[in-house]
Write a protein that binds this ligand. Structure first.
Ligand code: HEM
Length: 117
């Protein structure tokens, strides 16, 4: 099975990304980064990105990770907080631990483009 199917398909991914954006915007560790952000748009872009990345029938048409996060001054602590929030969103959706880790492994290499050094 593809990771896309194991995550529950497009609807499940969309629910998780909507929840992730909700959590990042509410958590004091990350909320300050998202004050100007259009939440619906970000959730849609994240859904397409995770759908495509996991082998689903989607195409991410947003800005690349380096360009979209440059100048935000994102710290490693903020990155780790977002990973925790994503794990919570996946827990709430009932995604098994092993499947969660498969997605996290695909996202991990993006860290070097997102965190400011
Ligand atoms: C693996 C981790 C991450 C992924 C996959 C990711 C993905 C994305 C995507 C797809 C966009 C939309 C780009 C576009 O506008 O075309 C975006 C924008 C953004 N991300 Fe991330 N991101 C990650 C980590 C983070 C972290 C840790 C923070 C800060 C705590 C962050 C803050 C932002 C902000 C502020 C924007 C701009 C939203 C806007 O347009 O207002 N991201 N991210």
């Amino acid at each position: 099975d593809s990771l896309f199917d194991d995550l529950g398909g497009k609807d499940a991914i969309a629910r998780m990304m909507t929840r992730l954006v909700e959590l990042t915007s509410a958590d004091p560790r990350t909320a300050h980064q998202f004050e100007q952000t259009k939440k619906d748009r970000l959730a849609r872009l994240l859904t397409d990105q995770v759908c495509e990345l996991s082998g689903g029938p989607c195409k991410y048409r947003g800005v690349n990770m380096k360009k979209s996060h440059i100048k935000l001054g994102i710290t490693e602590a903020e990155f780790n907080a977002l990973v925790e929030q994503l794990q919570q969103a996946m827990d709430e959706e009932g995604v098994p631990f092993h499947t969660q880790n498969r997605l996290l492994a695909l996202l991990a290499p993006m860290k070097r483009d997102i965190v400011e050094r």
